[in-house]
Design a protein around this ligand. Sequence first.
Ligand SMILES: Cc1ncc(COP(=O)(O)O)c(C=O)c1O
Length: 423
Amino acid sequence: MSEFIDRFTAAVAPVIAFDNNVEMVEARGAWLTDAAGKRYLDFGTGISVTNCGHNHPQIVEAAHRQLDRVWHGGGTFRYDSYVSAAEQLISVAPEPIDQFFFMNSGAEAVEAAVKLARHTTGRQGVVAFRGGFHGRTMGSVSYTTSAVRYRSGYLPLLPSVYIAPFPHPFREGLTEEESTARALFDLREMLRHEVAPADIACFLIEPVQGEGGYYPAPAAFLQELRDIADRHSILIIADEVQTGFGRTGKWWGIDNYDISPDIISIGKAIANGLPLSAVGASRDLFGKWPPGVHGTTYGGNAVACAAAVEVVNVIGDLLPSVPALSEQAFAGLRAMQSKHPSVGEVRGLGLMIGVELVNGDGQPDARALEFVGEHLLDSGLIFHPCGPDHNIIRFIPPLLISPEDLDHGIQLIDAALTAWENA
Ligand SMILES: Cc1ncc(COP(=O)(O)O)c(C=O)c1O
């Protein structure tokens, strides 16, 4: 163990887990440099946070400019970067969303979105979906079922939360149509047996399940949810914390579908690494939530908001190149899949791609992922796993990745899989 890790072990509570023991000292664009001067291609992006790449000069400059002016208001006064960030988000928000307010983390945004839904509908029921990840605070973890380890040891969680199935065709060994039909049947049964639609405030759903395994929602599934919601005045919260800001090739995950959300929760990439999150809804809905019934001290920090203003500009510039990069990534990864029996499925949208590793019986293979992870670290590629069994490579490079770096990353994964299959 290095002295650096000794200091970590002594001073930092072990519950906060890190993927590796590398000490990074510099980050630029798609690349990281460790204390020994070794370079790594970053396909982890801090879990889809640094979508614009590390230390993007436009964003750094905007944050610096704000640092020299005003840092913090905490609700005691107004400043320009707050309203500018909201205006920027409105300019790219899905219909009918035309207002925002800010917080610090994704979990906080999800909790606020649910509070908004409960307060304005007067109903308490929340339907979330199996495999979803919405955060780790006591409220948000009540909606999180991406893996049982997030819940175990913390029971009881919030009441009036109902977990409905989400289609996971690969896991279930079904086609997308079969899996969707099964999930919708179970949802309808839930509404017959467990909770009346009239008691449900909201459906809370990720357009592409992230932590739960990079499963895009089938279009027919979301459409039926929208129809049920409309029939029963239930609100739909799209949790865009991971799917937002160009990750799926469009501004928002939900933009890949033909439905509109009532509320969105956003975080992660919003300020490219400075802590900021937000909830968006229509002016009409927000108008039913009286001033002061919710709030925050740090939310909408002036420097983070200044960064967010620039992030929207940078993502706007990067977005047109994402479809071609996505096509290149899927083509490369699917070619790799055809050579490697340990790759069960490659799935996702845009540059939010999961590569699922399986054993000879087609079951999740966490050992393969651990081996591949160590191999990739040695060869200079950083990624973060996902899925309840930790057997899925999250392929989430920054949106400014060059086609050459993208191919380089795929080749490194290919080589790591070859090493695993020959081990
Ligand atoms: C979809 C989704 N919602 C909520 C969260 C929670 O965000 P945070 O870790 O910032 O609280 C995450 C984090 O990974 C997420 O992916």
